[in-house]
Design a protein around this ligand. Structure first.
Ligand code: SME
Length: 167
């Protein structure tokens, strides 16, 4: 059994230090990317309060061939849309721009894809490989408006960096 429950009194920076240390411990030496994404999705859910979805979309070939798109990966939350083209929705914009998207109000984001009507704010961070190409995105949704801050963005970007060669 793994027990990585964080101390509720931790400040945001300390919380992310512990989350990343736990993710490092769980994924080090494990070559299976799906297993690693599954455990990290569970950790995100355990560590971060006020979420309604936490998980991954992976870059994979489109069903019809041709361009790559985002395909649903391991997550915790309600069932979600399976395929997202680059440039569409918050996840697709993060993948296309290779830049973090911190969205305080999803209803104000043009093209936001509502997988769960409860979502009010969202943070999407691209995971970039050594060559700078996007491998996946980490997606966090919250039922609260403006749930995510720059501290969350920095913390999840550090996590994405750790996971770049583990997923
Ligand atoms: N809201 C996302 C879609 C994925 S779900 O939130 C899990 C988007 O606009 O890309």
């Amino acid at each position: 059994m793994y027990d990585f429950k964080p101390d509720a009194a931790l400040d945001r920076e300390e919380l992310y230090r512990e989350l990343i240390a736990a993710a490092d411990a769980l994924t080090a030496g494990e070559p299976d990317g799906v297993a690693n994404m599954a455990n990290v999705a569970a950790l995100l859910w355990e560590f971060l309060p006020d979420l309604n979805w936490a998980g991954f979309y992976r870059v994979a070939p489109a069903k019809a061939g041709g361009a790559e798109e985002l395909v649903l990966g391991p997550f915790v939350g309600r069932p979600a849309c399976i395929r997202i083209p680059f440039g569409k929705g918050v996840c697709g914009v993060a993948a296309e721009s290779r830049a973090t998207q911190l969205v305080v109000d999803v209803h104000a984001f043009p093209g936001h894809i509502a997988c769960d009507a409860a979502s009010q704010s969202e943070l999407v961070v691209p995971v970039l490989g050594d060559d700078g190409a996007v491998i996946a995105v980490i997606d966090l949704d919250s039922p609260s408006p403006a749930r995510f801050t720059e501290a969350d963005a920095k913390g999840i970007e550090s996590l994405a960096h750790l996971l770049a060669d583990r997923i």
